[in-house]
Design a protein around this ligand. Structure first.
Ligand code: FES
Length: 215
């Protein structure tokens, strides 16, 4: 039977902490050398387990995109296929993507905050700062609405804006996803890209606030 990792971590950590607390209480009551020794052992165990928990918590799937990650499709039809610039027609609808570590093949899909909207626009129509973070007109933004965190899934092709279906916030992908229409007050976070042999490669950390910010 498999045991959820979080449960295992918590139960181990709680057991060690309880052990240390009980032993310290006993030591305080009796002030005996043996009880103090036991307390020290338990405290050490708790510290070791805390370190182990910290190490376990570094879940690479949930880590933010790293410089050098490549982008892969997040849709059902072509899951984990690397996205290449020619896959994206200029002016076409956005696609969903995940970052992937090319050395390990680990897709960073452990948190929805890493889900990306990727689309290709005419480079001549991008604002200067957007162009600086784009690869051949391809831009990448967080797919999580900054209002209350819904997935941003709609593309209004006439207006060329991204729209959240929950309360209608709109973002301009040609201008660092600045807000065109609220209720949100914050733009989508932008992930800088570059092109390497036709592939889309992460060129920097997210710029801007990630996830729900309220209004
Ligand atoms: S959650 Fe997107 S507009 Fe409210």
């Amino acid at each position: 039977m498999s045991v959820p990792l979080d449960h295992l971590r918590n139960s181990r950590g709680q057991a060690a902490s309880a052990c240390a607390a009980r032993a310290l209480l006993s030591a305080a009551r009796t002030l005996s050398r043996r009880a103090l020794l036991k307390a020290a052992v338990c405290a050490g165990l708790a510290l070791n387990l805390t370190d182990a928990v910290r190490a376990d918590d570094v879940d690479v799937r949930a880590m933010r995109p790293e410089v050098g990650d490549v982008l892969v499709f997040a849709n059902e039809a072509t899951p984990r296929k690397m996205i290449r610039v020619p896959d994206l027609p200029v002016g076409g609808a956005p696609v969903f993507a995940w970052p992937m570590d090319p050395r390990t093949g680990i897709v960073r899909d452990g948190t929805r905050l890493n889900r990306l909207l990727v689309l290709r626009l005419d480079p001549a129509k991008l604002s200067a700062v957007t162009r600086a973070h784009a690869a051949d007109g391809v831009v990448a933004y967080s797919a999580v609405c900054t209002h209350e965190g819904c997935p941003v899934t709609e593309w209004l092709s006439q207006q060329r804006v991204l729209q959240c279906p929950c309360h209608g916030s709109q973002y301009d992908p040609a201008d660092v996803a600045n807000v065109v229409k609220g209720p949100t007050l914050y733009r989508l976070a932008n992930l800088p890209l570059r092109k390497v042999d036709g592939a889309l490669v992460v060129a920097g950390k997210f710029i801007g606030r990630l996830g729900a910010q309220g209004a």
